[in-house]
Design a protein around this ligand. Structure first.
Ligand code: CTP
Length: 402
């Protein structure tokens, strides 16, 4: 899956012959799973039509502050700039680049550029002598000092018939460049994350077990968030209906607490972050019957023995790992969570209370309080588990290098 999937991409098109390639660039961005809006200069319309671009992007194309047919409708460049996760200006002419560098704002595209807070990529396209001109080079330098990212032009035959550097990078190259750049800057790039999820089942006999209602949704949401932040993930999951397929997630399915303990210990020394969100059984039948236990009329008793506390065992051998536990509590929630945090030698604990409506087991939502080892509490509202996972990672990232 492309890192551009789900991203909002604003494509700025200026008036150069390479603008005809921008239609294909829109196509590739859509194929990568991005939402695309196009803003183009009046001159760009001489090279590619707004109709082509709106058809391919499935969105209205912006060229001026008001729509031609509806003069009273104002196009809001501020909203458009803030909408974008990334702004790609391709082709970027020498004229537009110079105006961007000097802060000139005499058209809709430039006003949008000045309003955008997101990363800006620009793919210059011009004739070789224009590309080499000190003025153009100064624009490149100024824009790079603003944090804008240049996608260098290629070498080859130019519209003038001359051969040299100035051809806009090909649409495929532009996509690959942006993907690589985004991935290289992800905050968990190069980091490994261990996540446990779901329930454990403790066998009573060959057909029965002791288990719980954990759905695994929180742990799977954490795994998705971690890979989106650039991490390699080990997801150790108890029995759930969920599935997850990603080249950066190694999913290990286990059944019992003992199996989870072993799987976790196999990878713990390689990881930078471990988040134990699984609802591990605290007890297991002391003996597992080898045959199905027959029904009797008398009261039946099953002796239970404690399982190993996986989280506590990781706290004991912790070196550089950032170790996060979960605490599901029904009373004295904060106090209990803080006790677990210190007794298990954690860096943080995520508290969810069963007293909160909509939070906890099996639900699509959760309401958590993140508590770090300095006992700083950050309480969040009830929200979908995927958003809770983002909140948790935001808090971890703030504390990772402490
Ligand atoms: N946990 C674990 N191994 C166990 C039990 C729990 O790793 N055998 C982990 C859970 O994944 C969770 C944390 O410990 O991150 C807290 O689980 P919880 O059941 O709330 O706490 P316990 O320590 O088991 O204490 P209690 O049940 O008494 O509240």
């Amino acid at each position: 899956m492309s890192i551009l999937s789900g991203k909002k991409v604003l494509l700025g098109i200026t008036g150069g012959i390479a603008a005809y390639k921008s239609a294909y660039l829109v196509r590739l961005l859509i194929k990568a799973g991005a939402s695309v809006k196009v803003v183009m200069t009046e001159n760009a319309k001489d090279f590619v039509t707004p109709l082509t671009l709106s058809t391919l992007s499935k969105n209205k194309v912006y060229t001026s502050f008001t729509d031609e047919e509806e003069n009273e409708v104002w196009n809001n460049h501020v909203d458009l700039g803030l909408w974008a996760d990334i702004f790609v200006i391709a082709p970027a002419t020498a004229n537009t680049l110079s105006k961007m560098a000097s802060g000139t704002s005499d058209n809709f595209l430039l006003a949008t550029y000045l309003s955008a807070k997101c990363p800006v990529y620009f793919a210059p396209a011009m004739d070789l002598d224009m590309y080499q001109h000190p003025s153009t080079k100064k624009s490149f330098k100024t824009l790079q000092s603003f944090g804008n990212i240049i996608i260098p032009a290629g070498h080859g035959e130019l519209a003038s018939g001359l051969i040299g550097q100035g051809r806009m990078a090909e649409p495929e190259e532009i996509i690959a460049f942006i993907e690589k750049d985004i991935v290289s800057k992800l905050p968990l790039k190069g980091k490994k994350v261990l996540i446990t999820a779901g329930p454990t089942y403790e066998a009573i006999d060959p057909v029965r077990f002791i288990g719980n209602h954990s759905s695994g949704k929180m742990g799977y949401a954490l795994a998705t968030t971690a890979v989106n932040l650039g991490a390699e993930v080990f997801l150790i999951s108890g029995p759930t209906h969920l599935d997850i397929q990603h080249s950066h997630i190694k999913l290990v399915r286990i059944t019992s607490a003992e199996e989870m303990y072993n799987a976790v210990h196999q990878v713990y020394n390689q990881v930078d972050i471990a988040i134990l969100s699984a609802a591990v059984a605290d007890y297991k039948p002391a003996t597992v019957a080898s045959q199905k236990i027959k029904k009797k009329t008398a009261v039946m008793q099953i002796d239970l023995a404690p399982t190993k506390d996986i989280l506590a065992s990781l706290g004991e051998i912790k070196e550089t790992q950032f170790l996060v536990g979960f605490a599901l509590e029904t009373n004295n929630e904060l106090e209990n969570a803080k006790n677990k945090l210190s007794s298990k030698n954690l860096d943080a604990i995520v508290l969810n209370s069963l007293n909160d409506k909509g939070a906890g087991f099996g639900k699509p939502t959760n309401k958590v309080t993140f508590i770090d080892k300095n006992l700083t509490e950050v309480a969040f509202f009830l929200k979908p588990k995927q958003e809770v996972a983002t909140d948790i990672f935001n808090e971890i990232l703030k504390r990772l290098d402490d």
